[in-house]
Design a binder for this molecule. Structure first.
Ligand code: 5GP
Ligand code: ZN
Length: 121
């Protein structure tokens, strides 16, 4: 499918470099960067280079890139440790205000966890 951009979207502007970001991994289909208001150290956002508000708006070839990139980032930050104990991480993706989405361009949160808290975010 054709690449879709929304000139008013802050994440489309980040992809284009019109808003600065701390870039991590960039591929043909995705862009990842540090969250500006991290809930944990190295809180990362992974976004498709296709504008769409919710997961069901994103073409499969873009979605297919996001989890391998997430895996690469987990390894890059040293959180690729096996077993139930020790450091872990959450991968989260919100769709719609009712589900706590604030930016209407699909994004996956990668949130490293060193200590256990009361609940999921
Ligand atoms: P949501 O609640 O939509 O799932 O999460 C949106 C996330 O985007 C929030 O964690 C917020 O801190 C982050 N965010 C919003 N605007 C910017 C920005 O301009 N730059 C960066 N790096 N992150 C942003
Ligand atoms: Zn966008």
């Amino acid at each position: 499918s054709a690449v879709a951009h929304d000139a008013a979207c802050i994440f489309c502007k980040i992809i284009k470099g019109e808003i600065p970001s701390f870039k991590l991994v960039e591929t043909q289909y995705s862009y990842s960067f540090l969250d500006i208001q991290p809930t944990e150290e190295n809180h990362i956002l992974i976004i498709p280079k296709h504008h769409g508000g919710k997961l069901h708006n994103i073409p499969d070839e873009y979605l297919a890139d996001l989890l391998p990139v997430t895996k690469k980032l987990v390894k890059a930050i040293g959180f690729d440790q096996d077993g139930p104990d020790g450091p872990g991480y959450n991968v989260l993706q919100n769709n719609g205000r009712i589900a706590h989405q604030e930016v209407d361009h699909v994004h996956f949160h990668l949130i490293p966890k060193k200590t256990k808290d009361a609940g999921l975010i």
